[in-house]
Design a protein around this ligand. Structure first.
Ligand SMILES: [Fe+2]
Ligand SMILES: [Fe+2]
Length: 266
């Protein structure tokens, strides 16, 4: 596993579920090194060939069972869905490392840090799930998430606009209300887990915003206009609101970008 790209390829194309986690956690050692090995000679493999574990079974969103947080089954289903989002997020972080090259070393360091944090989120949720007698993979999961990676596999700006600045940013909108719900039912463990995830996810969106603006500047593009165009081209339907203005601004959105998102719903 000499280069970062070889490691990324092994995780995306040849790993069991446990290996995805182990190899991602072990990548902390790579991040601690003074220089990353960014050499490459092999071609980039197709995004459509990325291998996911056989379980969970993936279903179209409309076939996902409905859930209420008032029952144990409902809570288990909620945290299973979240664990799946984090599992796919590990792949998304490795995929942006793997697919787009050569880029500045700082770019790869940032997404390696994201991959490691996503693995940490996944492990926390998996441990939590087991308290309900459910393991990750026992329930079906949402099929749609990876489609965004497939759609934006040839365009780094689209990937940054759609994944961190759309999907992950959505987490900033919805997680505070989830935390409040668990607070109201006195579930401190769930509150702590979701609060830690929310804190880290602000950082992931911020990283996405930073690199989106960086590459727009490099290509002499206006980043706000480019964001609007890419969302129109790559995102099917309107991004869902309401939007958490305060957190999105911390995460690198401009007030104008949020105004535009809100106007889509008027
Ligand atoms: Fe996460
Ligand atoms: Fe994330």
């Amino acid at each position: 596993m000499d280069t970062l790209f070889n490691l990324a390829e092994s995780i995306l194309y040849q790993s069991t579920r446990e290996q995805v986690i182990e190899r991602t956690q072990a990548a902390q050692k790579i991040l601690d090194q003074t220089a990353l090995n960014l050499e490459f000679d092999c071609p980039v493999r197709a995004v459509t060939e990325v291998c996911f574990p056989a379980r969970p079974v993936l279903l179209p969103p409309r076939e996902m069972p409905r859930r209420s947080l008032n029952s144990l089954e409902g809570k288990a289903a909620f945290f299973h869905a979240l664990a799946h989002i984090e599992f796919v997020a590990i792949y998304l972080a490795w995929d942006i490392i793997y697919r787009f090259r050569p880029l500045p070393e700082a770019f790869y360091r940032d997404w390696l840090q994201v991959a490691i944090e996503e693995a940490e989120h996944f492990q926390m949720l998996r441990h939590h799930l087991r308290q309900f007698g459910v393991d990750y993979g026992d329930l079906p999961a949402h099929r749609g998430l990876w489609n965004h990676a497939i759609d934006s596999a040839d365009d780094l700006l689209a990937r940054l606009a759609i994944v961190p600045r759309c999907m992950e940013a959505r987490g900033l909108d919805v997680t505070p209300a989830m935390i409040e719900k668990f607070q109201n039912i006195g579930d401190k463990t769930s509150v702590d887990i979701l609060s830690k995830i929310l804190h880290d996810e602000i950082g992931h969106v911020k990283t996405g915003s930073f690199w989106f603006k960086f590459f727009c500047r490099q290509q002499q593009k206006d980043f706000e206009q480019t964001y609007r165009e890419l969302l129109n081209d790559y995102y099917i339907g309107k991004p869902k609101g309401p939007f958490n203005r305060e957190m999105r601004i911390i995460a690198g959105f401009t007030p104008d970008e949020i105004d535009w998102l809100e106007q889509l719903h008027e």
